[in-house]
Design a protein around this ligand. Structure first.
Ligand code: C5P
Length: 239
């Protein structure tokens, strides 16, 4: 079956720097989004790549894909206001292209430039047993679930640390599964999932989502505070 990577690069990145979209910031001379695309381009098990952009970054992303001659990029499409809108735009494009229900879809945050071959292939393999899987990193911190009391957050519960993971990407699905989950979620206009596995967990609760071991290297570049580590990793990996 076809394996398709969707690289989500349509965020506004306002937490980073309103002046420069973070997906275009260079690490060791290469824009963050190019690092991410390249991870899938260089993985022999990935057939096609769809890149999701916004109007601010479209031209720059088109240019860098052209310059690097990435052979697997089939489409550069426009995302939406929320991350889940961008995922849905990609799913619609794939449906229109006639992608089979059992195709393996890997959805990846463009701002995780250091995703490893092992993480990508781990997702692809997990879909032989499960209809959904996500890369996730065992939490070395104890995770606190909280509730908002108005003027203060207080703890609601504390999950066992050995069962606490931080969700990363890629998140992988059989095409039919993620399409179904999003179709069910469409009835709830207030649903604003920050990742795609949550849509399956909430709307297809019978379908277990497998955990694929991630690592701190698969960090998300979100704020300026992340840049020193991102630069160091980029130099180490390139060097
Ligand atoms: O906003 P957040 O940090 O969760 O973004 C994670 C990824 O999703 C980023 O790569 C960002 O470009 C992408 N995104 C998107 N469309 C949005 C919001 C975020 O493609 N509307």
């Amino acid at each position: 079956v076809p394996v398709v990577a969707v690289v989500l690069a349509a965020g506004s990145g306002v937490r980073f720097d309103p002046a420069k979209p973070k997906q275009l910031v260079a690490l060791n001379g290469k824009p963050i989004v190019a690092w991410s695309i390249e991870a899938f381009e260089n993985d022999e098990h990935v057939d096609d790549i769809v890149v999701v952009v916004n109007n601010t970054v479209r031209e720059a992303v088109e240019q860098l894909i052209d310059d690097a001659s990435y052979a697997k990029v089939r489409a550069i499409i426009t995302g939406g206001a929320e991350r889940s809108d961008s995922t849905e735009a990609a799913l619609t494009t794939l449906a229109d292209a006639g992608i089979p229900q059992d195709a393996k879809i890997l959805i990846h945050d463009a701002v995780r430039p250091f995703v490893s071959r092992q993480e990508i292939d781990g997702c692809i393999d997990a879909l032989d047993e499960f209809t959904a899987a996500t890369v996730a990193c065992p939490s070395t911190d104890t995770i606190l679930l909280t509730q908002d009391l108005g003027d203060r957050e207080v703890i609601q519960s504390v999950p066992e640390r050995r069962h606490s993971f931080r969700a990363q990407t890629p998140q992988a699905f059989r095409f039919g599964t993620i399409r179904d989950a999003y179709a069910k979620a469409a009835g709830d206009p207030d649903f604003r999932p920050t990742d795609d596995t949550r849509v399956v967990v909430d709307y297809l609760p019978d379908q277990p989502v497998a955990i694929v071991g991630g690592s701190p290297r698969n960090m998300k570049v979100t704020t300026q505070d992340d840049m020193p580590l991102a630069r160091a990793l980029a130099n180490a990996l390139a060097g």
